[in-house]
Design a protein around this ligand. Structure first.
Ligand code: ZN
Ligand code: ZN
Length: 136
């Protein structure tokens, strides 16, 4: 079953906005777009975003202060995600990685460091942007 099916209210509105966008959106961009659907107020939007992130439907892109829909059908389990962010078009690609997950978890066991927020983001050029650059 797809993750998105049980959505309603502001959660669904925010989910729809991210689906239609196809690129990362800031909280205020999301706010602007759900306003027309009758949902208002930053707390409502932040609550909806938190919920979508917890459910594995959306991801937060820390370096962009933005949110993007997860492009995987199933929730990520025992894998970390490397976000590959394009400097030119803002496209975000997900690179799930089980080895990284294990490394980070070893850190927790060996170093006693408790990870509360995992941010792994790399910047560069996406395939289509680097192909365009190569052509000129
Ligand atoms: Zn994802
Ligand atoms: Zn690009």
């Amino acid at each position: 079953m797809a993750k998105h099916t049980l959505m309603k209210g502001p959660n669904k509105a925010v989910c729809d906005v991210l689906t239609q966008s196809g690129r990362p959106l800031g909280a205020y961009e999301i706010l602007e777009r759900v306003k027309v659907k009758g949902f208002n107020g930053p707390p409502t939007i932040y609550r909806a975003l938190d919920k979508l992130i917890k459910l594995g439907i959306a991801h937060r892109i820390a370096s962009k202060h933005a949110y993007v829909l997860c492009n995987h059908e199933k929730p990520h389990e025992h894998e970390s995600i490397i976000f590959a962010i394009c400097n030119d078009c803002d496209n975000v690609d997900e690179i799930p990685n089980k080895a990284l997950y294990n490394t980070l978890h070893d850190a927790k066991t060996n170093k006693g460091f408790r990870i509360e927020n995992e941010v792994v983001e790399v910047m560069g050029l996406c395939k289509s942007c680097s192909e365009q650059k190569g052509a000129c």
